[in-house]
Design a protein around this ligand. Structure first.
Ligand code: GLC
Length: 751
């Protein structure tokens, strides 16, 4: 008996210590959430799930209805309240007059800068520089939080393979590895080191998930993605956002495999919460809950509320299905009160983590907005985002004595150079290329004839003036591209060449003057160049590079800065090639340069099967205009001496890939060395190569450096046909080089 009692005492002591341990492990915020939840009425709980929208363009006094709703605890968050006084008044009402004083979260789309505008995210992705992206996000948070914005609906993490899609401008590009690294940079930049710091701005991983796979690149359209592809390509950047501490997700507009993502329990519950253990909250996209009616997935708003809440949308952005029907659904038992409590608990948890209960009010710091430091950082980001695509006869950098003809609709377009999703940036702060040229070269050193007033301008009335200016010059500097409105949400294009009469103007200039043409493109997407590629001698892709686009572009073309940008997206020859991406499958009949016969080389009366039955286009072949990862420098680099630390790996092992890079030029430059791996045989077909590492290497003239990149067998795991994460034995190849077509290769085995 004695022995048993000793055991019993020991066991109960053990249990008590476990409880104590659990109690000490329990986040104190959970207790605060529970005690607050216990005091809330059903109306207040439903109120927390409501994000009320206002257009930031609305002027005039705050509506009494809105103030009353806040006072009664019927609103949890507000979007687009950009009047500091309104922010302060609404927060004061929430904190001092609502039943439990629960603070509001003020949200805003601060996508690539607030007042100091950085390059569009696709441009920032072209820097391949996560530290720079993180700094830019931090600056955006520091500026926006002074206006009371403590929640941004960014980063947008939608993998995009179709440049017709307008929102490719906001995306991190086509590759999950690069997108995941940028995801972490954005989240840590926006949120800072302490989410409770008033200068922290909570990030939001969006649009969960598959929005970038919209059919035909038509925005909001159907996405069909089989699960292994979803898990291997589209989900990783979102999972990385959780690892980086993101507190909110946004469910998108699109349907995925027949179920709208804002009502998709597989995504919002099984993956996000069961598998990934996400404990922040999910906000719907603008009206995406009630849009499930238009999708034909919900009969009415009541069913939309039921399906969204059941699936895992915690907060409803702008539509009011929750406002109108959650109470009824709870009363009828179609939704358990426990489900609503879980939603509200997630929202309150995040509000506590943001320190809003301790510090609900914004801290005004007007001096940080558009500071010299911020503008310099924005310029640096713009410089590093620029991709040099073509540079025949090394016409760039321009020799200072060259007489320039500055032509084109984007030379002096202060609004358009900011790009899409710039609600708070102001064109009056923009420094355009024309302004920068005047400041650096003086107004006498070039002739400026826009010739087209805006990117879509079809008028040829100024063509002759442009030709005259060109005839008096040595080099034509043509600023072309897209107005900001031609990319971004709902702005997909079926043709993605230079709009308006830009191509005609370029051809006219070439035909009539024979002068060399440097084309500087400012656009929100890759621009097909098939009609003019042979008329221009150099091509510089500057994306929409933000407030400091002008000084950045001039630094690049003058040689003050050496271009280091690399494409985060494959650049197609034509729209007909789309989708064109680097991590494609080999197929059973892969195209080959050895056998390919281009359409102009096909003999008349050719025998039907004489052209090689392989996967290509007779006209546009099988390779992009420029591959993923591509970008030229004014310097030149060579790779050699590639070695692997081992040619056989077992699970859990690491491998060091070592190689030398030599700057073979007399100019300092940055090379972004890239590592691609091919899993040659798999239980499902595997991409011909996947980016698994990269390093930005600065090299002085003629300098050689040995570079090491480590990969781990975990990097080679993938989701198989049964959606299991597996590492499969077999032969692999690793390629090293300056873009996705790298050829330097070593093989190794996983045993
Ligand atoms: C928009 C966008 C989303 C944005 C939200 C709030 O429609 O899809 O990215 O954050 O509404 O403006």
């Amino acid at each position: 008996m004695k022995k048993i009692s000793i055991l019993a005492i020991a066991f109960s002591t053990f249990l008590i210590s476990c409880d104590n341990q659990l109690a000490s492990d329990r986040d104190p915020i959970e207790d605060k959430v529970d005690s607050l939840l216990a005091k809330m009425t059903l109306t207040e709980k439903i109120g927390q799930t409501a994000q009320r929208g206002t257009s930031s363009r609305v002027k005039g006094p705050l509506s009494e209805e809105l103030k009353t709703a806040v006072r009664e605890g019927r609103i949890g968050s507000l979007i687009n309240v950009m009047n500091k006084k309104y922010v302060d008044e609404l927060q004061r009402i929430a904190v001092e007059e609502s039943p439990n004083g629960i603070p509001l979260i003020f949200g805003r789309d601060v996508i690539h800068g607030f007042k100091t505008i950085f390059p569009i995210p696709l441009g920032q992705a072209a820097t391949w520089n996560p530290q720079l992206v993180r700094e830019g996000a931090r600056i955006a948070a520091v500026e926006a939080s002074t206006f009371g914005v403590r929640w941004t609906f960014a980063p947008m993490l939608d993998i995009a393979r179709d440049p017709r899609w307008g929102r490719i401008a906001e995306s991190p590009g086509e590759d999950p590895y690069l997108a995941s690294i940028l995801s972490e940079a954005y989240v840590k930049g926006f949120q800072g080191d302490d989410l409770a710091n008033p200068s922290s701005m909570m990030a939001c991983a969006k649009h969960f998930v598959g929005y970038g796979a919209a059919e035909g690149g038509r925005d909001y359209n159907t996405a069909i993605i089989h699960e292994p592809l979803l898990r291997n390509v589209y989900l990783p950047p979102f999972q990385k956002a959780i690892d980086a501490g993101v507190q909110t997700f946004m469910s998108g507009f699109n349907e995925l495999n027949g179920v709208p993502v804002s009502g998709n329990q597989f995504l919002l519950d099984q993956i996000l919460r069961q598998e990934w253990k996400f404990d922040g909250f999910v906000v719907s996209d603008w009206n995406s809950v009630t849009e499930m009616i238009a999708h034909g997935y919900c009969q009415d708003e009541k069913e939309a509320a039921l399906k969204a809440a059941t699936a895992g949308v915690d907060m409803e952005m702008t539509s009011q299905a929750y406002d109108n029907y959650l109470g009824e659904l709870i009363d009828s038992g179609e939704i358990d009160l426990a489900q609503l409590d879980r939603m509200v608990r997630a929202i309150l948890r995040v509000k506590f983590r943001m320190g809003l209960f301790d510090q609900p009010y914004r801290i005004d710091k007007p001096e940080v907005v558009l500071s010299e430091e911020h503008l310099e950082k924005a310029k640096n980001s713009a410089v590093q985002s620029v991709v040099l695509l073509k540079n025949d006869n090394k016409i760039l950098p321009l020799a200072s004595e060259k007489k320039l003809a500055v032509i084109g609709p984007m030379a002096d377009a202060p609004l358009d150079q900011l790009g899409t999703w710039v609600f708070d940036g102001n064109q009056k702060d923009s420094v355009t290329p024309l302004t920068a040229l005047k400041e650096s070269l003086g107004t006498e050193s070039f002739n400026f004839v826009p010739a087209l007033d805006y990117s879509r301008d079809r008028s040829e009335l100024q063509f002759q003036a442009a030709v005259d200016a060109a005839r008096k010059s040595d080099v034509i500097l043509f600023f072309g591209g897209e107005e900001a409105i031609l990319s971004g949400e709902a702005h997909s294009r079926a043709h993605i060449n230079l709009p308006g009469a830009q191509e005609r103007l370029i051809k006219e200039l070439k035909r009539k003057t024979k002068k060399p043409i440097v084309l500087v493109i400012q656009a929100g997407r890759p621009i097909t160049l098939e009609n003019i590629i042979n008329d221009v001698d150099a091509i510089v892709m500057a994306w929409h590079a933000g407030t400091m686009a002008g000084p950045a572009i001039v630094d690049i073309i003058s040689g003050k800065a050496n271009p280091s940008g690399r494409l985060p997206i494959s650049w197609p020859k034509s729209v007909g090639q789309i989708p064109m991406y680097y991590n494609y499958k080999n197929t059973g009949r892969p195209a080959s340069a050895k056998t390919f016969v281009g359409i102009d080389d096909i003999p008349r009366g050719a025998w039907q099967s004489s052209l090689g039955n392989e996967s290509h286009y007779l006209d546009d072949g099988f390779t992009p205009q420029y591959p993923f990862g591509y970008g030229l420098s004014y310097a030149s680099f060579s790779y050699d001496n590639m070695t692997l630390s081992s040619d056989t790996l077992s699970e859990g092992a690491e491998m060091i890939i070592r190689f030398d890079i030599t700057n073979t030029s007399h100019l300092e430059g940055v090379e972004t060395a890239q590592i691609y791996v091919q899993d040659k045989v798999g239980s499902i077909t595997r991409p011909v190569r996947e980016l698994k590492g990269f390093k930005r290497v600065n090299l002085k003239p003629l300098e050689k450096k040995t570079v090491e990149i480590i990969i781990h067998t975990d990097d080679l795991s993938f989701y198989n046909g049964n959606n299991q994460l597996v590492l499969e034995p077999g032969e692999f190849s690793v390629f090293v080089g300056s873009n996705a077509q790298a050829t330097m290769r070593k093989d190794f085995w996983i045993r």
